[in-house]
Design a protein around this ligand. Structure first.
Ligand SMILES: Nc1nc2c(ncn2[C@@H]2O[C@H](COP(=O)(O)OP(=O)(O)O)[C@@H](O)[C@H]2O)c(=O)[nH]1
Ligand SMILES: [Mg+2]
Length: 382
């Protein structure tokens, strides 16, 4: 071997070792350079390309299916009185980009009564109708049977570890409420579908189709725009309980489900992927049905909403991925959405143009190292 070849081999060896060490020691690096993630840049068959909302749903098309039709649906917003300015902004954006055409109602919920000022300011930007609701105490506060000493120790630990909202009880109340109770609120019972809105989110494109009708007509139960990895420290025991539940209730596990999105080894371990639930368009019949009811009750009994800091995002996502078929979950590429710090901007250029999107497609979160969309693409390709 001549000297040049030796040098080349040496350099390749160093690069390979560096890559290997970085992959082992830096999760983020490992994600960005994983085969899935790199492959996604070259894939033609991403979910965005393969599963667009069909032409006949687009309002630019005179034969659109959504004229003269409406779903039994509502927006739902959970907010505090102190969220007033940001709630007004989110709703105003939703009105501008979608709802001044579609006129779906709003339900706005809080564990304390909304002030008159809040109701007046919010109602003023809504072109449809709105109901303000008080959350029943038993749907919100930490139950008596939770061991407070254990819960305090759990909060302290996460706080010391610098986990976001690690020491907050109200954040835990919120996550448990969003996991198991919002769809049981008396004001929500008359509806089947909901679209969740949070204070200070942005809609970057015109939504010129009715996502509720699209989901309903295609027998889907859940729509998302952003997916990502969960902080493992907030759910150390969650997957163990999920596995126990699946053993107890194999009858609820759907055929052809989306387990492959969340696990690389058919359910043995959780890869932390979940749909970001601050955006959700979903079917409450699914949450109200036997599988999810039993699942939520089972998880709730373990106390992890308080002893750890289980989020509604992994809880909803895991349930949708296990109890529904993968085809019943939909990635909405067309909907440009932002919740600080991440933005989904449509991948398809024609969707971006048609939606008059203001976002930068080059900065879309979709194939960021922290996003799980490449895993979704992989699943939907198979
Ligand atoms: N009524 C009420 N709403 C809350 C409370 N905490 C959070 N929320 C709402 O729950 C949602 C998620 O909270 P947020 O602070 O945005 O959490 P993040 O998105 O995970 O950072 C938002 O709609 C908040 O307005 C609370 O204590 N009371
Ligand atoms: Mg938020």
């Amino acid at each position: 071997m001549n000297t040049t070849s030796r040098y080349i081999l040496l350099i390749l060896g160093i690069l390979f070792s560096l890559h290997w060490i970085l992959s082992l020691t830096h999760e983020e690096y490992s994600r960005v350079t994983s085969i899935d993630s790199i492959a996604s840049h070259f894939r033609g068959g991403t979910a965005a390309e393969k599963h667009p909302v069909p032409e006949e749903y687009l309002e630019l098309n005179s034969g659109t299916l959504s004229y003269n039709r409406k779903a039994n649906a509502t927006f739902v917003v959970l907010a505090r009185n102190s969220d007033l300015e940001n709630t007004v902004r989110s709703i105003r954006r939703m009105e501008d980009r979608f709802n001044r055409v579609h006129r779906y109602p709003y339900v706005i919920l809080n564990e304390v009564p909304f002030t008159d000022e809040f109701k007046k300011r919010v109602s003023n930007v809504i072109t449809s109708s709105v109901e303000f609701g008080l959350i029943p105490k038993e749907h919100w506060f930490q139950p008596d049977w939770i061991d407070e000493e254990k819960a305090t120790a759990g909060r302290k630990k996460l706080e010391e570890e610098g986990v976001i909202y690690g020491g907050s009880v109200s954040y835990r109340n919120m996550c448990r409420f969003n996991s198991g109770f919002f769809f049981r609120h008396p004001l929500m019972l008359k509806y089947r579908w909901y679209w969740r809105i949070e204070p200070d989110i942005h809609y970057h494109c015109d939504v010129n189709f009715d996502p509720f009708l699209f989901l309903e007509d295609h027998n889907k139960i859940y729509g998302f725009t952003i997916s990502m990895y969960e902080f493992e420290k907030t759910i150390p025991t969650l997957w163990g309980h999920v596995r126990d539940f699946m053993k107890l209730h194999p009858e609820y596990i759907a055929e052809d489900n989306a387990m492959g999105f969340m696990s690389e080894n058919n359910g043995e371990t959780y890869n932390l992927c979940h749909f970001w639930s601050n955006f959700e368009i979903a079917d409450m019949d699914f949450w109200r049905g036997p599988a999810y009811t039993a699942f939520f009750e089972y998880l709730d009994k373990q106390g992890g909403f308080y002893y750890e800091r289980w989020g509604d995002a992994p809880v909803h996502s895991i349930a949708a991925a296990i109890f529904a078929k993968k085809d019943q979950i939909h990635f909405f590429d067309e909907i440009g959405y932002e919740h600080n710090p991440y933005t989904h901007c449509p991948k398809k250029e024609e969707s971006w143009e048609r939606g008059r999107c203001g976002c930068d497609r080059g900065r879309s979160f979709d194939y960021d190292g922290y996003s799980c969309l490449s895993k979704w693409d992989r699943l939907m390709e198979g």
